[in-house]
Design a protein. Structure first.
Lengths: 706, 289
């Protein structure tokens, strides 16, 4: 799922070659994002488009040779004149009369040419890692360049940049993997590397060769320096100090020749718009404000001492459990600090809970890309690879962080509370100068763990993500003013972050405060249960089995399995009554009907039903299972396949409480399920007590900061 | 001790009136920090000069009637047209072809005039708490006539020539300084204002006040409409001297942008130097680089 879809998509066609373009937003100055096609394409701007299109009209193109565009062969189809004509056609088709160009690498000469020839059209130019021969290239590229058309035997490294080698089986892929590995020298760039390689493989080898050979067509008669000198609009050059494709000296020279400004990103490689989208977004917006004179920032500044104390609360929308505990923490916090104004930056379905509780939702919440929908799109039959789903959520996290940052830049908050607000915690550590106010990080698990069937590669990836997090905290200990683990030290798994990394428990005890578990409600005492049951319409002699699968579509498979077992279970337990809760995304009418079986959509305050049921059948999510543990009800739980949190972290915690029976979805047939239901239903369970003061303890830890 | 000393100082002379100017920094473009009503001299920009001079070239001058500049006696010498002409004279004397003009309070009157008459010399305009007749003033200020002898010295009755000339000048400037700094904890800013204002002879202040009365609402609006340079207005919403509506109207009539300082009074440059400096820098970067 993308963070932002185009408002308009189309093609321009010239001499039988179709080139795809996309338009986002419809207000403000225009920015045309030009990728260095065909080795990359429009998707490479995914970290920029959601943010920029809230302020600008953004146009981008796949460029000939990749993405949605045609892939003509022959070098004459890729000359600068051809590409420039594509660009003007795209702008024309998009109805743009004036634009800022944002070009990457070898798209820079195209953009310079357009700016020189159409000064009325191009009002500014941002060149990221400009690829233009105003200075020599890196030494190691010279020899491969010379031997481009020769046959080379068993090339490695840069000598893989060779026409015949690319045409060999698998040669192009090997080159691309090497090349982008070089271009992402920043540690912890696995996702950016995967993305870049996949975009590069989207073209055809012959298109790549044609573009490489066509690029040097003699269309800039005066040469590169003359081309730069003919540009008179404002220019911004963004260049990484460790760019192994285009030497920094080229960026410096382009800035000199065009009279532009140079921003050096120290430690960055060739793809800063991909690897550091937050910084690049802000540089582009500042440049466009300066060049167009259109201001896009705050117009009211309040004096320090006139400001009310304000907090911004972010509640992760992945699983509804966070919403209830965060509301409980917020209520305790308001009790401790009545003067504190509290806004929520939240998205559906969290907003539904907040609205019901009368909480204040910041209007910018409407700009957030929906994480819950992304998670749903990543799941299949009772399976959700939540680590990869989180990685693939990268562009949504950037998009939402940019919304968040604008809210805190303008909202003057004293305190930011993020309950697993991954975007805030990650990007503030990546861009520490952007921190505003005190920052509280809450989580109920620490450490990504690989699923066994992911093999060594998945273990490498989780280790890398954990290492980055540990380095973030070590380097910027002032970024999390308080880290709260929702639970107790014994709830932490015994694993390490990775082979060479610390034990998760040791590290977490050193870096976190512990609030104990936060249920968000107080379960009924034994003598209150009959009246709760009566209120909910459950008779004393009924055996109530609640089947609940959370708020996303991934629950359908488990519901079907439980309902399939119902007739047999009912045969063995005549008092059985099954309450199946499908949630808002599944239609209850899809299921068969039997006497004693009810299928509901949304159930208000489901925890009340869970608290008094005789058995529950649920997934392995922490919130629901811990509600059952706190209420001391027997339950069967089925962790989602490939969900490391449910399979390891939650399971470890439930084992500590002695709570629930863990079942394997794949191997549980109706017979097995019926046997488990009849065995456990109505059983009294000796679970360890779950504390009821977690919200108050968390609120106390937060209140100390304000 | 000053935070930064001028690299050059000098005098411009117009019709026998000498105007003392100072030059700081050597960046581009030039920022001219204009004089305001002749109750204080150019030191009121002391929190802006060091910062802006690190990024731009900065020129200040003492308005006629203040500081090291000459202090003509007659009211006609203090019309906004004289200040506008002084500004051009200082631009010439400092070899400044064009500049961004920054004005506080009444400084907006001549800033607008220069921009309307000499668009070639003005690249942008920034006004703090502009005291411009585009919207009504505070009702309290209209109760008592300036030129009549009153039987009270309460509140705005202190804004009265007889009070100033007959021993109440210090009483007035203390009152006026407090009205200009509505923010709590403004003691230093109030002391500075009083000290600078005590450098002015009451009779000269009477003359400069009467000189400014020449500028009527209708004519000023038409002057504003001739401005083509980009405009930024910064105005406190708790400004007891110049109503916030005046700044909002100036931004509207010039097509400029308005930055509101919530809880801010009139002397924004003194009381909120950091935000003011940053907003000025950002605007200059955008419109005049």
């Amino acid at each position: 799922m993308r963070a932002r879809y185009p408002d308009h998509e189309g093609f321009v066609e010239r001499d039988g070659v179709k080139v795809g373009y996309e338009v986002y937003g419809q207000g403000g100055p225009a920015a045309f994002l030009v990728p260095a096609s065909p080795i990359t394409r429009a998707r490479s701007w995914k970290g920029l488009i959601p943010y920029l299109s809230r302020h600008l009209t953004v146009v981008t193109t796949d460029g000939r040779g990749t993405g949605r565009s045609d892939r003509p062969h022959g070098r004459d189809r890729y000359g600068p004149d051809e590409v420039a004509a594509d660009m003007t056609s795209v702008l024309d088709a998009a109805g743009i009369r004036q634009t800022v160009l944002v070009a990457h690498c070898h798209a820079t000469p195209w953009a310079l040419g357009l700016a020189a020839d159409h000064p009325d059209l191009v009002v500014g130019l941002v060149a990221i890692a400009p690829g233009i021969a105003v200075m020599p290239g890196h030494d190691y590229t010279v020899e491969p360049e010379r031997r481009w058309q020769e046959e080379v035997v068993d090339p490695t490294g840069w000598s893989m940049r060779n026409r015949d080698f690319w045409r060999n089986d698998g040669g192009y892929r090997r080159w691309v993997e090497f090349f982008f590995d070089q271009q992402l020298p920043e540690a912890h760039s696995t996702k950016q590397l995967e993305d870049s390689v996949s975009w590069a493989l989207d073209t055809e080898v012959e298109a790549m060769i044609a573009e490489r050979e066509g690029r040097n067509a003699p269309s800039y008669p005066g040469g590169a320096e003359d081309l730069c000198g003919r540009v008179h609009c404002p220019v911004l050059v963004i260049h990484g100090s460790d760019d192994r494709c285009q030497p920094l000296a080229r960026g410096q020279r382009v800035a000199e020749l065009t009279g532009g400004q140079l921003v050096v990103l120290d430690g960055s490689g060739h793809l800063p718009h991909v690897r550091d989208p937050v910084r690049v977004n802000r540089l582009i917006i500042e440049f466009i404000e300066e060049t167009t004179g259109v201001a896009m920032h705050t117009k009211v500044w309040s004096r320090g001492l006139t400001r009310p104390k304000r907090a911004l609360y972010l509640s992760s929308p992945i699983g509804l459990g966070h919403a209830r505990r965060d509301v409980a923490v917020a209520k305790e916090l308001k009790r401790l600090r009545p003067e504190l104004e509290l806004d929520w930056l939240a998205q559906h379905p969290v907003t539904a809970v907040l609205e019901a509780e009368g909480e204040t939702i910041h209007p910018a919440s409407g700009w957030l890309a929906n994480e819950s929908a992304h998670i749903a799109s990543e799941s299949s039959e009772h399976d959700l690879h939540c680590f990869q789903a989180l990685r693939r959520m990268d562009e949504i996290l950037v998009a939402n962080f940019m919304v968040f940052q604008e809210v805190v830049d303008e909202g003057l908050y004293d305190l930011v509370i993020g309950d697993e607000a991954w975007d805030v915690d990650h990007f503030w550590h990546e861009n520490p100068e952007l921190k505003r106010g005190q920052h509280v990080w809450l989580t109920d698990f620490v450490g990504f763990l690989p699923m066994p069937d992911g093999g060594e590669h998945e273990a490498f990836l989780t280790t890398d993500y954990n290492a980055e997090m540990i380095e973030h905290i070590d380097r910027y200990p002032w970024l999390r003013d308080r880290a709260i683990f929702v639970g107790n030290p014994d709830d932490i798994v015994a694993d390490r972050f990775g082979a060479e990394l610390p034990a998760i428990r040791d590290w977490t005890e050193e870096h976190f405060s512990f609030s104990g578990y936060i249920t968000g409600f107080t379960p009924p005492a034994a003598d209150e249960i009959p009246s709760w049951r009566a209120e909910l319409g459950y008779a004393d002699d009924e055996l109530v089995c609640v089947v609940a699968v959370g708020g996303s579509g991934v629950g359908r498979a488990l519901l079907e399995k439980a309902i399939a077992a119902y007739p047999m279970a009912k045969g063995q337990l005549p008092a059985l009554r099954m309450i199946a809760v499908a949630g808002p995304r599944i239609d209850p009418a899809e299921f068969p009907t039997y006497p004693g079986l009810e299928v509901h959509g949304y159930v208000d305050r489901l925890f009340r039903h869970l608290c008094v049921c005789d058995l529950a059948v649920v997934q392995g999510g922490l919130s629901t299972t811990m509600e059952l543990a706190a209420a001391k009800r027997p339950f069967l739980y089925f962790p989602l396949g490939h969900h490391f949190e449910q399979n390891f972290h939650v399971r470890h915690r439930l084992d500590r409480y002695g709570a629930g029976r863990c079942m394997d979805y794949a191997t549980t047939d109706p017979d097995l399920l019926v046997a488990a239901i009849t065995e456990d239903i109505g059983r009294s369970v000796p679970y360890r007590d779950v504390e009821t003061n977690g919200a108050a303890r968390a609120a106390q830890l937060i209140a100390e900061l304000v | 001790m000053r935070a930064t000393e001028p690299i050059t100082t000098g005098y411009a002379e117009r019709d026998g009136v000498k105007l003392y100017w100072e030059e700081f920094g050597d960046g581009q473009p030039t920022i001219v920090l204009l004089p305001t009503w002749s109750i204080i001299h150019s030191r009121f920009w002391k929190a802006q000069v060091p910062y802006l001079a690190r990024h731009f070239r900065v020129v200040t001058f003492d308005g006629r009637g203040t500081g090291h500049s000459d202090r003509p006696a007659e009211a006609e010498a203090y019309s906004h047209l004289e200040f506008a002409a002084d500004t051009i004279a200082v631009l010439d004397a400092t070899a400044t072809s064009d500049a961004v003009l920054v004005g506080l309070s009444c400084g907006a009157l001549w800033g607008v005039q220069v921009a309307a008459d000499r668009p070639d010399r003005v690249r942008g305009l920034i006004f703090l708490g502009p005291q411009v007749p585009l919207a009504p003033t505070h009702p309290d200020r209209t109760v008592y006539p300036f030129a009549e002898r009153l039987d009270t010295t309460d509140g705005w009755a202190k804004y009265n020539r007889y009070h100033w000339l007959e021993g109440g000048y210090r009483d007035f400037i203390e009152f006026f300084a407090r009205q200009g700094c509505t923010e709590p904890h403004s003691t230093k800013q109030i002391e500075d204002f009083i000290e600078w204002a005590l450098d002015i002879e009451p009779a000269k202040l009477v003359a400069s006040d009467e000189g400014l009365e020449a500028c009527g609402l209708e004519s000023f609006r038409s002057v504003c409409e001739r401005v083509r340079a980009p405009v930024l207005v910064i105005h406190g919403d708790d400004d007891e001297l110049a109503h916030h509506a005046r700044g909002a109207a100036l931004a509207a009539v010039t097509g400029g942008e308005l930055v509101t300082i919530a809880g801010g009074g009139h002397f924004l440059q003194a009381r909120h130097p950091v935000i003011v400096n940053h907003v000025i820098k950002r605007f200059v970067d955008r419109v005049a680089r």
